[in-house]
Write a protein that binds this ligand. Structure first.
Ligand SMILES: C[S@@+](CC[C@H](N)C(=O)[O-])C[C@H]1O[C@@H](n2cnc3c(N)ncnc32)[C@H](O)[C@@H]1O
Length: 265
């Protein structure tokens, strides 16, 4: 298993770390959460079966299941059984619960036959893969001709001021951000080679974080914490720095951004 994969396995063995990270959105000014916004960008009317890769704890379908007609089904997949279990729990009481099935799947090597789904979704996943390109080929293989995929990626300046702050205080090496692992430009270039039509959309939610503890919890919940074995001294420095910024500026200002590609086979 690659280092990245074992880090992911640890990070996503259950949804606790992800729950902490998504909590930071409560400081946002956008009227829609990223998943509500994503739901508004899609037209599922031509789909019989929808595949989601890396579905996590089911945040998307908690807000988007009402878009489904009773005939449509969703196969929710993730490589973590713990995240899938969280999805199942979070979606068990929605009216469309029976339209969902759950399966452990690695997005880079799917077990389904080709031309199987009219829609494939991969939200906030590409930066976690050893080979995003391999996953793009899998997505294309899964889609029926004319089917579409919704793929999100983090732009360079995703949560920038938080990561700058966290990086500044690191003793030695530089933390590789999600955008560095899978950049918008690289993804766009590869999508252009693989798909016939590409639409590019952006979600921007400005956050004004007024509690340093939330900044620290956010950083601690990322793979950065494991990768760099963050010490108690480091956490204390981070807390002090965040406190200083918040008291001098009123808030730590940053943006939760996503680039969404809707691509057609
Ligand atoms: C940042 S979370 C995003 C979850 C969800 N898509 C959302 O929008 O809230 C990333 C998810 O991708 C999963 N994941 C990571 N690597 C994967 C892989 N190779 N194949 C499938 N899922 C993977 C993780 O277990 C985690 O649930």
């Amino acid at each position: 298993m690659t280092n990245q994969k074992s880090l992911n396995r640890e990070q996503y063995q259950d949804s606790s770390q992800y729950d902490i990270r998504t909590e930071i959105l409560k400081f946002g000014s956008h009227p829609l959460s990223p998943w509500q916004w994503l739901a508004k960008q899609y037209d599922f009317s031509s789909a019989k079966t929808i595949l989601e890769l890396g579905c996590g704890n089911g945040l998307f379908w908690q807000v988007a299941a009402s878009l489904l007609t009773p005939q449509q089904t969703v196969v929710a997949t993730d490589f973590s059984a713990g995240m899938l279990a969280a999805s199942q729990t979070n979606l068990k009481n929605i009216p469309q619960a029976k339209q969902f099935s759950y399966q452990v799947e690695d997005a880079e090597q799917l077990s389904f036959s080709e031309n199987h789904f009219e829609v494939v979704l991969a939200h906030l996943l590409m930066h976690l893969l050893s080979s995003p390109l391999q996953a793009l080929h899998e997505i294309k293989r899964m889609l029926t001709p004319g089917g579409f995929a919704g793929i999100t990626v983090f732009p360079n300046d995703f949560m920038q001021s938080i990561f700058i702050l966290a990086n500044e205080l690191l003793p030695q090496s530089h933390y590789k951000s999600a955008a560095e692992k899978c950049s918008v430009n690289v993804l766009e270039r590869e999508l252009t080679k693989l798909f016939s039509r590409i639409e590019k959309l952006e979600y921007v939610n400005h956050l004004k974080i007024t509690e340093s503890v939330k900044v620290v919890q956010f950083i601690r919940s990322t793979s950065m914490a494991k990768q760099h074995n963050l010490t108690e001294d480091y956490i204390e420095c981070l807390t002090n720095k965040a406190d200083q910024l918040i008291s001098s500026l009123g808030a730590l200002v940053t943006s939760f951004k996503l680039t969404l590609f809707i691509v057609t086979k």
